[in-house]
Design a protein around this ligand. Structure first.
Ligand code: BTN
Length: 232
């Protein structure tokens, strides 16, 4: 069943994510989408700023997946794959980087922020924020090509609906395989920032909860659930 998207478009806001989270806490239904043409306080992962000048895609949408907290990792993989499928029509050489960055030739064109409220081990709501560089990008980023903001928004939402249905029908393995096909290959050398520590290793795959498996030089595997990855 398609998610019944209802899109609220704002010219300017602090952060679509902050607006959506307030609505989520007030009981908003699955499918509510908040979009803005410009954000004055855009939020990135790990408390970073998401610079949000006018003209890019800034949207947040609400899911109520009715699963336990462990499902968040699978949902993160699902959202990345859905965004990848939609954006790939407007980007050559698109790839994914764990946990959920979209890159064009190793430069970021889109970022995804997942925030959730857990109620007695279950996900009460999941707020998904997506920013895509359409008309401008920061110095270290890049834009997608040949689309309008609203067209891209609708394509991403359609794709999320499609993949969410598949996930509910227990087709996660297929989604995970799509993620693996779109991401850095097995054994890619990487550095990962874990708090203040920078560690090196080789990408080995994902576990069943979307965590990254990192192999070290002695072939020991480590499960990584959060952190910033730098491809070496
Ligand atoms: C990242 O750090 O890669 C995630 C960036 C997420 C940015 C989007 S833009 C729409 C939504 N509103 C925000 O304030 N952040 C997310």
């Amino acid at each position: 069943m398609n998610i019944p998207w209802t899109v609220e478009c704002l010219d300017k806001t602090d952060s679509t994510q902050a607006v959506l989270k307030r609505q989520a806490m007030n009981g908003a239904a699955e499918g509510v989408v908040v979009q803005a043409w410009e954000q004055e306080g855009g939020k990135g992962r790990h408390g970073r700023i998401w610079t949000s000048p006018p003209g890019n895609l800034y949207m947040s949408f609400l899911l109520r997946p009715q699963c336990n907290a462990a499902g968040i990792g699978q949902l993160s993989v699902l959202i990345s794959v859905a965004a990848y499928d939609a954006v790939s029509a407007f980007a050559d050489n698109l790839s994914l980087k764990w946990p959920n960055d979209l890159l064009i030739q190793n430069k970021k064109c889109a970022g995804i922020l997942l925030e959730t409220e857990i109620d007695e081990q279950n996900i009460a709501w999941l707020a998904v924020g997506i920013g895509v560089n359409v008309n401008s990008a920061p110095e270290d980023g890049v834009c997608v090509q040949g689309t309008e903001v609203d067209t891209l928004r609708d394509k991403i939402l359609d794709s999320v609906s499609l993949h969410y249905d598949a996930w509910k029908e227990d087709k996660y393995k297929g989604i995970e395989q799509k993620w693996l096909d779109a991401a850095h290959p097995k054994d890619t050398k990487m550095e990962i920032k874990l708090g203040k520590r920078l560690e090196q290793g080789y990408f080995h795959g994902l576990d069943e909860n979307g965590n990254m498996l990192l192999r070290d030089d002695d072939n020991n595997l480590r499960t990584i659930s959060a952190g910033d990855v730098y491809l070496v």
